[in-house]
Design a protein around this ligand. Structure first.
Ligand SMILES: Nc1ncnc2c1ncn2[C@@H]1O[C@H](COP(=O)(O)OP(=O)(O)OP(=O)(O)O)[C@@H](O)[C@H]1O
Ligand SMILES: [Mg+2]
Length: 301
């Protein structure tokens, strides 16, 4: 199982939307078994898939990553190697409403599927409790290293079931997010066509990935999202791409995701009038989403 983290310090640049697109294209077009891991208390990705009521039931049934992290927080194993009260596999929801399961009756149905390790807003407090319990004075890396080990073990226990795990990281630099970054085979950082977005990416890569997590430069790639059309916008984009290339060298994806109403609409997929096919869901940007998947697959091998 290859692990891909979608991450940037900056909020609202298109991380969750890109995670959804990547999961759809890998499962649907490339027949991969994808595990989406929502690392963000905002729970946007989980809601895109389960809807809000669905997410509430998932939490009540103990089937979220929040439940899993909460299970370390009972305080009895402080200072020792903690083991969870619940099995990670039991908190993952298999075969959720991926495009495949929406068209179960189609005889030409392919084998790809999406599973979800959902997050809820109280993930914030579960992480806080975890940090509090496993923080060692003088070692600010202690909670992250502890969670990294636990997450690694949890994912190895399910890895035969999946080809790819995709982490949707929150904005900022949470403990869970740092653990995901440490074990990712590939880090994809979306950014928008604006200077602030570029500064944020630079800080994230330099201070976050290199200085704090001691990660080398080989596994990370930037890509542009929400790229607007029009001549003025195009000129801005070319200028930004130049600066981005100066900073990131060849670690920039060819694929750029355009600003698209389709991307705004597809969060409604869990409604009754939901999408039944990849083409229907992505409309005019389906080719872009396909080349995004293709480019990522080539990088991760
Ligand atoms: N290609 C696109 N075209 C139009 N709108 C988009 C596109 N991608 C994302 N959006 C919209 O922009 C907003 C931010 O996107 P998204 O939630 O994916 O970003 P994010 O980086 O995950 O944000 P956060 O940091 O809050 O987690 C959302 O409202 C989303 O619907
Ligand atoms: Mg998000």
């Amino acid at each position: 199982m290859k692990k891909i983290a979608i991450a940037n310090m900056k909020g609202g640049v298109g991380k969750s939307t890109s995670a959804m697109m990547l999961a759809d294209v890998l499962s649907h077009q490339y027949e991969k078994r994808v595990l989406l891991i929502d690392c963000d208390p905002q729970s946007n990705l989980s809601q895109m898939i389960l809807s809000f009521p669905g997410l509430k039931s998932a939490k009540a049934a103990g089937c979220t990553i929040t439940n899993w992290i909460e299970s370390f927080g009972n305080g009895t194993m402080l200072g020792h190697n903690p083991s969870p009260d619940i099995d990670a596999a039991r908190t993952i929801q298999s075969n959720v409403s991926g495009l495949e399961s929406l068209r179960m009756n189609n005889p030409r149905r392919r084998n790809g599927q999406i599973s979800l390790w959902a997050a809820t807003p109280d993930l914030r407090f579960a992480e806080l409790a975890f940090d509090h319990l496993y923080f060692v004075a003088g070692d600010r890396a202690s909670p992250r290293n502890m969670l990294n080990g636990l997450l690694k073990d949890a994912l190895s226990s399910v890895e035969v079931q999946f080809d790819y795990a995709i982490f949707d990281c929150p904005p900022g630099f949470s403990t869970l997010s740092q653990s995901a970054l440490l074990q990712a085979d590939l880090i994809l950082s979306p950014l928008n066509v604006d200077r602030v977005s570029l500064w944020s990416l630079m800080n994230f890569w330099k201070q976050g990935l290199e200085e704090t997590l001691s990660l080398g430069v080989t596994r990370r790639y930037a890509f542009l999202t929400m790229v607007a059309g029009g001549n003025g916008a195009k000129r801005e984009k070319l200028k930004l791409r130049e600066d981005l290339r100066r900073f990131a060298g060849t670690s920039v994806l060819e694929t750029e995701i355009p600003f698209s109403v389709q991307a705004l609409r597809f969060v409604r997929r869990v409604d009754e009038q939901s999408y039944t096919t990849f083409n229907h869901k992505y409309g005019g940007i389906r080719k872009t989403v396909e080349s995004f998947g293709n480019e990522v697959l080539n990088l991760v091998y």
